[in-house]
Design a protein around this ligand. Structure first.
Ligand code: SAH
Length: 498
């Protein structure tokens, strides 16, 4: 039997992007994962399908799994030869009881490793635009925690010492204890006018920040009904937020955007939207299922027409399967609908000869008029379900057209979690007609309050046909164009809310 091992791993403060590479690698290879409540959404997505996932944290209003029970579980699993990840919010050794767990493992002679994480006391202020140290404002920082019971915050803390501490205080504490804690600090001599800030759900989409001074921060936090988790920063650095705040200033901050593309293609769009500050809900409604393809006498095609990036990708996969490459088409001209399709072709070493300005079949037919096709072989490689406009028009001009269906587009039923997330969306994006159809067919609903964004006129028509109101239509019919249009709409609404 393999020797068991336990990894005490920090999962960071909540933004999934702040998980370390090591934490993700370990999650992916673990036999068992024991996790807390404050781990980022999706943190366990990369776990193996057979992994034993156990929640050992504290749920509000429910008894926590006792610490020695967790310690015992870690030891038992490791002794059974398992590779165990103990996953905690933030850093495992910063108020995370990781020290106690490591002691228990050491006592039991179980092998273990510590994987530090990004701690909330640094990250939440950073996302609020507050550097915990600053050359002019703070040369020291103290991380402070107290008893969650507001009647006993004095148990572990030396208020006089904290009041004298020459630097920033970062409090990892329940907001309920804030009135008492700030009062104690002031009574012990800390400047009542010192800047202070409370950061609620730091680094997460719902992050909120309340600012003030030591004397009024507790009342302001209460007035704003700040809820855990929250950290409080006390120190001159808190005032730097006025200048440095960035999170809330991002163009799509506060927007919840549903991306309905097939998962394989969604990530580019999702990343772009996240970079702009949106919370992205991936409700992949469609999946691309490649079909087996037959490509006879490739070298005799005079013209190859491609109508989607997927078609390009799958055509070249098929070529690769035949141990061929772009040279198989050496004599052919290439036509592409859409800049994304053209870009994908270039990625495969082919510069398309014809790319119509508008990304619709009608425009391609028009653009192909000067290209002689009479009596020539033409390949139209595309989705199995597509309009026949293009092959029909080429056929009428005397071309010998082969339509090769490269893939089927199939509906993906949405799970409860996705449906709930979708219900919160402020924007729902559609990047093709099929995404409209499949979102609705897979049980998804566009919330009343959400704005519908479409990539172009065909997609808009499909949306309207299904009873949706299209609020925004991209001018350029590609992903960049869609993101641009959505961002412009959000900006306009911020200036003059509709
Ligand atoms: N090990 C964790 C801290 C665990 S103690 C770490 O290193 O971050 C739990 C406390 O951490 C909470 O009560 C709160 O004060 C703070 N905290 C955790 N996540 C937070 C977040 N996303 N935003 C603000 N505070 C957070």
């Amino acid at each position: 039997m393999a020797e068991g091992i336990v990894f005490l791993v920090g999962a960071g403060p909540g933004d999934p992007g702040l998980m370390t590479r090591r934490s993700l690698d370990l999650i992916a290879s673990a036999d068992a994962i024991l996790y807390d409540r404050l781990i980022p959404p999706g943190a366990l997505d990369g776990a193996r399908s057979g992994a034993d996932l156990r929640f050992v944290g504290k749920r509000p209003g429910q008894p926590a799994v006792a610490q020695d029970e967790t310690n015992r579980l870690l030891v038992d699993l490791a002794r059974a030869g398992k590779r165990v990840v103990r996953l905690k919010g933030g850093d495992p050794f910063v108020f995370g009881r990781g020290g106690e767990e490591a002691e228990a493992l050491a006592d039991a002679d179980v092998r273990f490793e510590i994987v530090p994480g990004v701690t909330a006391g640094v990250a939440a202020p950073a996302y609020a635009g507050i550097p915990v140290t600053h050359r002019d404002a703070a040369s020291a920082v103290a991380f402070v925690t107290g008893h969650e019971d507001p009647d006993k915050p004095e148990s572990a803390l030396d208020w006089e010492a904290l009041a004298r501490f020459p630097g920033t205080l970062v409090l990892y504490m329940g907001v309920r204890s804030l009135p008492l804690v700030t009062e104690r600090l002031a009574a012990a001599g800390r400047d009542r006018a010192e800047a202070a800030a409370v950061v609620e759900r730091g680094t997460q989409p719902g992050q909120r920040v309340v600012t003030g001074t030591l004397s009024d921060i507790a009342a302001s936090a209460e007035a704003a009904t700040v809820r855990p988790p929250a950290v409080t920063v006390i120190g001159a650095v808190a005032a730097l937020r006025d200048t440095i705040a960035w999170f809330e200033r991002r163009p799509l901050q506060g927007e919840v955007v549903a991306v309905t593309r097939a998962r394989a293609q969604a990530s580019g769009l999702a990343d772009r939207l996240r970079d702009l500050g949106a919370e992205v809900v991936e409700t992949p409604a469609i999946r691309i299922e490649p079909r087996p393809v037959d490509l006879p006498r490739l070298e005799t095609y005079a013209l190859v027409c491609l109508t989607s990036p997927n078609a390009v990708r799958l055509l070249f996969d098929a070529l690769d399967g035949l141990e061929l490459d772009a040279r198989a088409f050496a004599g052919a001209a290439f036509a592409a609908i859409g800049p994304g399709t053209a870009a994908e072709l270039r990625r495969h070493g082919i510069r398309p000869d014809v790319v119509p300005e508008r990304s619709v079949a009608e425009a391609l037919v028009e653009a192909l008029k000067p290209v002689p096709v009479k009596g020539k072989r033409v390949l139209v490689a595309r989705a199995s379900e597509a309009r026949d406009m293009l092959p029909d028009a080429l056929g009428e001009r005397g071309a010998d057209v082969d339509v090769v269906p490269l893939y089927d587009t199939v509906a993906e039923p949405l799970g409860d979690e996705q449906l709930e997330a979708l219900a919160r969306a402020t924007y729902v994006t559609f990047s093709s007609s099929s995404t409209v159809r499949f979102l609705l067919e897979s049980g998804g609903r566009v919330p009343q309050t959400a704005r519908v964004v479409s990539i172009g006129p065909i997609t808009s028509a499909a949306a309207r046909e299904r009873g949706l109101t299209v609020d925004v239509e991209a001018e350029r019919h590609d992903i960049d164009g869609l993101v641009e249009a959505l961002t412009a709409d959000a900006a306009a609404r911020r200036v003059a809310p509709a």
